[in-house]
Ligand binder design. Structure first.
Ligand code: ME8
Length: 532
């Protein structure tokens, strides 16, 4: 703790800013929880961190939704942000440092300056364009990317809805000129796009040659005006991508900007990969600004073989799952069950099975058994480990391995599943250790030697749990706090928030004499499963 360096570059992570045409669903929560775990992990390394999320409020999609509901777009956005989006992030314990809305003046003013700058530099020109447009994606599609229904109607491949033919006189950004520079950049930075499949998709796309990007719209007015021609509004995606800069002081707070920008990781769904891995770096290159460290694309949560979306509502809201399984189990489940970057499906059965076996049995029971035995055999005062041998050394080695693996996988590789498994393998190891050591049998031996063995076994188990509480804190903060309290760790080691990944790996920090109590049940027995 306290190792944050003044003036050092923050580890800066972003989520997409979500469209507020509807309330958030499981898919949005998936990306946002992943970002929260990633940033909490880095905070726990003692790093300075900045975690940004927010909402994308301009464009036709929002305008049409507001119209259909008989309110102004601004009224619609205000309502959805305050009543649906912010409350869900609070409910899910998301520790974002800022929340940017693209209708805020701190954003709109800077977007106009950015675009004006590009115009002055000759990067933007006026031209005409006609092509198929998907309002769901807010994107012109290439004819070759469209799919057809049985009647031969051209459909957007993502939304499976008819595209509209849009013809506009627009301003264009000279994106086509950035192809070679981008390819050179991808080559020099093989980790820029994650996973490999996403990287390949982008490389192939850019190698085919880029078209210039239409960056204004003149057929509707819900957007930021083009500063030199107010009959046009700025294309919603150009507006949206700039949030990553405007939210951290671009053009307004140079010190903050230098300390934060560019993002180390932009978390995105694979549906918006090209915007982040092609258009965004090109916009930054055009402006002479540094490009991000990584664009990490998560896969899709699927339902019935289709991407879960606002229009294809599953009927399952995040709140339905948290009220049944609890917030912590919810945060854990999707990262545990689905390899980040791959698609995955949700089912009540799978969640229930994993909750019961991994959370309640493996983790929850371990915590309650150990606390109960320290209570029963030592009156709740953590005894000293004076008789450690090979079995204890194996536990210590297991912990060292788990910390190193989890740190690399979660902190560096964004392999949340692998990191969680490394920690839970250690939980299993400690369970196995207790089963083998049979403390309840050792307890029958009243000799000094017997007492020393019993003390050593229980110390080893409790100290292991101390480390587990720290390691799982970024993923299940509420549960870790309960465990921390049950181990009596707060009064001797300080707040859980002050613990570090290094401290998790340091054996022996929980002092002898710590007051261990049988605390709150970590994972209560589930009610009868709901039906979907
Ligand atoms: O695209 N599975 O906003 P959006 C996994 N405003 N992740 C999913 C998902 C699913 N089924 N559905 C949504 C936009 N997501 C733009 C972004 S950024 C400058 C502008 C997640 O409301 C995933 O992260 O459509 C996806 O990229 C994002 O929500 C799209 O949210």
């Amino acid at each position: 703790t306290g190792s944050e360096k003044q003036g050092a570059k923050a580890f800066y992570v972003t989520t997409p800013i979500y469209y507020v045409n509807d309330a958030p669903h499981l898919g949005h929560a998936y990306t946002t929880v992943a970002g929260d775990v990633l940033t909490r992990w880095h905070r726990q390394r003692g790093e300075k961190v900045w975690y940004l999320t927010g909402t994308d409020e301009h464009g036709q999609k929002i305008m049409r939704t507001a119209d259909a509901n008989g309110v102004t777009p601004q009224e619609w956005c205000d309502k959805l942000v305050e009543e649906a989006w912010k409350p869900l992030w609070e409910h899910l314990d998301i520790a974002n440092d800022d929340f940017i809305r693209t209708t805020e003046k701190r954003h709109t003013d800077r977007v106009q300056e950015f675009v004006q700058d590009l115009y002055d530099k000759g990067e933007i020109y006026k031209g005409g364009y006609e092509g198929p447009y998907c309002v769901g994606c807010e994107e012109y599609k290439l004819p070759g990317d469209l799919i057809e229904d049985e009647q031969g109607t051209k459909l957007c491949p993502v939304h499976k809805k008819p595209v509209e033919i849009l013809k506009e006189e627009n301003y264009f950004f000279k994106l086509s000129e950035y192809g070679p520079k981008l390819l050179e950049f991808y080559e020099a930075n093989p980790d820029f796009i994650q996973p490999e499949s996403a990287r390949n998709e982008v490389l192939n796309f850019v190698k085919q040659g880029l078209q210039d990007l239409s960056i204004s719209r003149s057929t509707f007015d819900w957007g930021i005006p083009i500063p030199w021609d107010d009959k046009h509004v700025i294309y919603v995606w150009v507006d949206a991508l700039l949030n990553y800069a405007t939210a951290v002081g671009y053009g307004s707070n140079q010190e903050k900007f230098d300390e934060t920008f560019p993002a180390n990781v932009h978390l995105v769904g694979k549906d918006i990969l090209r915007f982040h891995a092609v258009i965004w770096p090109a916009m930054l290159m055009a402006q002479g600004l540094p490009v991000p460290g990584k664009v990490a694309a998560n896969g899709w949560l699927m339902v019935g073989g289709e991407k879960m979306s606002k229009s294809n509502l599953t009927g399952i809201k995040p709140q339905d799952l948290t009220s049944h399984f609890g917030v912590d189990a919810y945060r854990w489940y999707f990262l545990r069950a689905i390899a980040f970057g791959s698609d995955g499906s949700f089912s009540w059965e799978d969640f229930t099975a994993r909750y019961t076996s991994e959370l309640a049995n493996d983790y929850g029971n371990l915590a309650s058994r150990v606390a109960a035995m320290v209570g029963k055999y030592f009156g709740g005062a953590l005894p000293e480990a004076t008789a450690a041998g090979d079995a204890e050394q194996a536990v210590r080695d297991g912990l060292a391995k788990a910390v190193a693996e989890a740190d690399r996988k979660i902190g560096e590789e964004l392999d949340f599943q692998g990191g969680i498994l490394a920690i839970f393998d250690f939980v299993k190891q400690v369970n196995g250790y207790i089963t083998e050591q049979e403390p309840w049998k050792v307890a029958k031996d009243d000799s000094d030697e017997g007492r020393a063995r019993l003390a050593t076994i229980l110390y080893t188990a409790a100290e292991s749990l101390r480390a587990v509480a720290v390691l799982l804190n970024p993923i299940m903060p509420d549960t870790s706090q309960k465990l921390w309290d049950s181990l009596g760790a707060e009064s001797v080691l300080g707040a859980l928030a002050e613990q570090t990944v290094d401290s998790a790996a340091t054996w022996g920090l929980l002092p002898t004499g710590a007051t261990v109590t049988k605390g709150a049940v970590l994972f209560p027995r589930l009610e009868e499963p709901k039906k979907d």
